[in-house]
Design a binder for this molecule. Structure first.
Ligand SMILES: [Zn+2]
Ligand SMILES: [Zn+2]
Length: 415
């Protein structure tokens, strides 16, 4: 019997896990100075939460959710994204009674039943932020600037910010109508998904990656030409603030985002480092969602970062991530030295020094090889003679220097 991980999931282990940790700590540091606080929401929720927020006609709800009945026959879904659970929590816990904006970040696994392919997983990880209670475009610009700072901190500078506005419930119907009027004689050539979208949610035809659909939508009406006065002003203010903050951006009129709940500002960040136009992060406003979910009218905006993709970029462009090496390796000969090494190790570890030991009566030679392989800074060699004299031999594996130190003085020597 050979056990393997499920299809489309992956393990994260050293040294890669150190890249993951770097991303997570950087996110925490950067988001904190913008006043974002961590929120931890469950991995599973009632299925209707996702159907309601993401939209029945979205790819996620139609094909990609991990949905199953629990033992009491309730329909449970493993979260395919983070916004819906955070919105559910925001309302359920009356967080709207706190001063606005309420700002949160989360990080963790999401689940989508997708066809596994390179860089796409069924359990994948996202770091995301959500800010509730402010509609003005300054918040949109702040969030973009925060995302930029975060990515720059990780060493990514070749970033493209693509922005768009997809209007509000006032102006979107006009645009939808214009789209429906544009496509009738082209519907036959669209992919089966877009055929369905044409009647259910024509905006999403603009997102489709199928070549025929890209071709057929050329010349389609653009949403920014259909914005109402308020949406137009909001989008213009947003852009002028991006310029104020020196964020270089381009308007991508086809970026409508795959989820139904977006309003006004949408954005994506792509990186030259990826070599292709793949987004590292994406987000937008969702001013109606909280209310539609049964909460008080509360404008909101957020984004999510795809961890796998980001880690991939960092790994190819930054080779400094590796498993941390121990500060000291204690090579021992004989039982008594082995016992003494435990005491020394504990002392050093309590001072924050990483210590590894030789085990299982390995020869001195093989212990030295192991220390070298681990990349230890110092090896201490402890045998019977050393125990008697109270002095042990050390060797610096980095520069080859060596000497002796009193057992009692090791702490001072290392710290
Ligand atoms: Zn509008
Ligand atoms: Zn299509």
């Amino acid at each position: 019997m050979k056990y393997t991980a499920l299809k489309g999931v992956h393990d994260i282990f050293p040294p890669d896990v150190y890249v993951w940790q770097k991303v997570e700590t950087t996110a925490k540091e950067v988001f904190s100075v913008y006043g974002f606080h961590e929120i931890r929401v469950p991995i599973m929720e009632s299925t209707d939460i996702f159907i309601r927020s993401i939209g029945e006609t979205s790819d996620i709800v139609e094909k990609e959710m991990y949905t199953f009945p629990d033992k009491a026959n309730r329909s449970i879904t493993l979260r395919p994204e983070g916004t819906a659970p955070v919105v559910r929590s925001f309302i359920e816990n009356h967080l709207y009674n706190q001063p606005s904006p309420q700002k949160f970040f989360y990080s963790g696994p999401m689940f989508r039943y997708e066809r596994p392919q390179k860089g796409r997983f069924r359990q994948f990880y996202q770091i995301g932020v959500e800010a509730f209670g402010v509609s003005e475009a300054r918040l949109d610009a702040e969030i973009i600037s925060m995302l930029k700072l975060f990515l720059e901190r990780l060493g990514l500078t070749e970033l493209n910010f693509e922005v768009n506005s997809i209007g509000c419930e006032k102006c979107r119907p006009d645009y939808k109508k214009a789209l429906i009027d544009f496509f009738p004689d082209k519907v036959g050539g669209l992919c089966p998904d877009c055929n369905r979208r044409y009647t259910q949610n024509p905006l999403r035809i603009l997102d489709c990656k199928v070549a025929a659909c890209i071709e057929l939508r050329k010349g389609a009406p653009q949403v920014i030409n259909y914005l109402c006065i308020d949406c137009k002003e909001h989008f213009e203010e947003f852009q002028s603030l991006l310029r104020l903050l020196n964020v270089t951006y381009i308007i991508n009129p086809n970026m409508v985002r795959g989820l139904d709940y977006y309003t006004r500002t949408t954005f994506e960040v792509t990186s030259e480092h990826l070599g292709s136009q793949k987004a590292v992060a994406a987000g937008g406003r969702y001013d109606r969602l909280v209310e539609e979910f049964g909460g008080p009218p509360t404008p909101a905006i957020g984004f999510a970062i795809g961890m796998e993709r980001l880690v991939e970029i960092l790994k190819t462009h930054n080779s400094t991530f590796r498993t941390p090496a121990p500060g000291a390796f204690l090579a021992t000969i004989g039982n008594d030295a082995g016992r003494e090494s435990l005491k020394i190790a504990e002392k050093l570890r309590s001072k924050g020094i990483t210590v590894e030991l030789g085990y299982e009566g390995a020869s001195l030679k093989s212990q030295m090889r192991k220390a070298d392989k681990l990349g230890a800074n110092y090896v201490f060699i402890i045998g019977e003679d050393e125990l008697k004299s109270g002095k042990i031999k050390w060797k610096n594996l980095k520069d080859g220097s060596q000497g002796e130190v009193g057992i009692k003085e090791i702490e001072g020597f290392m710290v």
